[in-house]
Design a protein around this ligand. Structure first.
Ligand code: AVJ
Length: 322
């Protein structure tokens, strides 16, 4: 395991962030990876986003889970639930409640980059589900899936919230392949995907009236300041989110207000011209055939497809293709 410095941050995370920032800010379209939204404040802001009237995703997915959890548990017969990018695991509780069966041992394995959040989530799940075996795994799923060699099968992998949308297709396929490589014939992947719909509805979800998404977006600069000692002034970057109807994805950017220079120790100085932006997030939107294509490219196949009443969001159950 990696060591921990006085700020409670692991050296490995620090090294990874240095590399990500160095590489991302060197690109013609500057970029910072969305995994860095989620420090304590960012995770709280995201929780706030999920309750906004404009942000339909979480409510739509919860509606599907509530309607289908029993069926999903029956179909999968899972002994282990491996949740990727677990976050606060609010929706997971719906699944875990449905999995509860007397005399049967069930393991919950939340996987997340944020060690701190993982600890909190695991503790609160253990409190509410005393018979559950909780085995948290710290891992950056965009890089690798560091799961223990032996899992109790059937395993249900769950990748909820349309977090897969943060990855462009090649990276999403690579991630699905990593999951596929840990699957046995009777294992399953439960995948949450936001669906294509009118641009206005999607854009509003990322441009809420209360400005919570804007604060969430700017918070990434505070994370980089806190962890790398950079001197970004978050107030001098404007939130910009737009839907690209051809690429079927939201892009979130932070746009420089005025010309400015930012110093990042051990990385360098960066000049931002007025209007120049850093892309902080992609959020891809799907339809059934887009999910089918991603699945097929990773050796998986969609076996069940569930949507909410308004077809805003889909939960699919995928199995190994062969
Ligand atoms: C957690 C990645 C699914 O893309 O909708 C919410 C994050 N960004 N508002 C999304 C997010 C802006 C969210 N995901």
């Amino acid at each position: 395991m990696s060591s921990t410095d006085t700020h409670g941050m692991t050296d490995r995370r620090h090294a990874q962030m240095l590399a990500d920032v160095r590489e991302g800010l060197a690109r013609p379209q500057r970029e910072l990876p969305p995994k860095y939204f989620y420090d304590e404040r960012g995770s709280q802001l995201f929780e706030d986003i999920t309750r906004l009237p404009e942000y339909y995703l979480t409510r739509a997915e919860t509606e599907i889970l509530e309607a289908r959890a029993a069926a999903i548990v029956e179909i999968t017969d899972a002994r282990t639930l491996v949740e990727l990018g677990a976050g606060s695991a609010t929706k997971t509780r719906i699944l875990l409640r449905a999995m509860r069966q007397p005399g049967q041992r069930v393991t919950y394995m939340p996987v997340d980059v944020s060690e701190e959040f993982l600890r909190q989530t695991s503790a609160s799940i253990e409190r509410d589900f005393p018979s559950l075996v909780v085995q948290p795994i710290v891992s950056d799923i965009g890089e690798s899936l560091d799961l223990p060699p032996a899992l109790e099968h059937p395993v249900m992998f769950a990748f909820l919230g349309s977090t897969i949308g943060n990855f462009d297709d090649p990276s999403a396929i690579a991630l699905l392949q990593r999951i596929r490589s840990r699957m046995e014939p009777r294992d399953w992947l439960l995948l949450g995907t936001d669906l294509r719909k009118d641009a206005r509805t999607i854009e509003l979800a990322y441009n809420d009236c209360a400005g919570v998404t804007a604060d969430f977006n700017r918070n990434m600069l505070s994370v980089v300041n806190a962890e790398l000692g950079a001197d970004f002034d978050p107030e001098r970057f404007a939130h910009h989110a737009f839907y690209d109807e051809h690429l079927h994805r939201i892009e979130m950017h932070l746009v420089s207000v005025g010309d400015q220079r930012v110093h990042i120790p051990a990385v360098g100085d960066f000049e931002f011209e007025h209007g120049e932006s850093i892309r902080t997030e992609l959020s891809c939107k799907y339809d059934r055939s887009a999910v089918d294509r991603l699945a097929a490219a990773a050796g998986l196949a969609v076996r069940h497809w569930f949507t909410d009443a308004e077809s805003r969001f889909a939960l699919s159950l995928l199995g190994p293709a062969t």
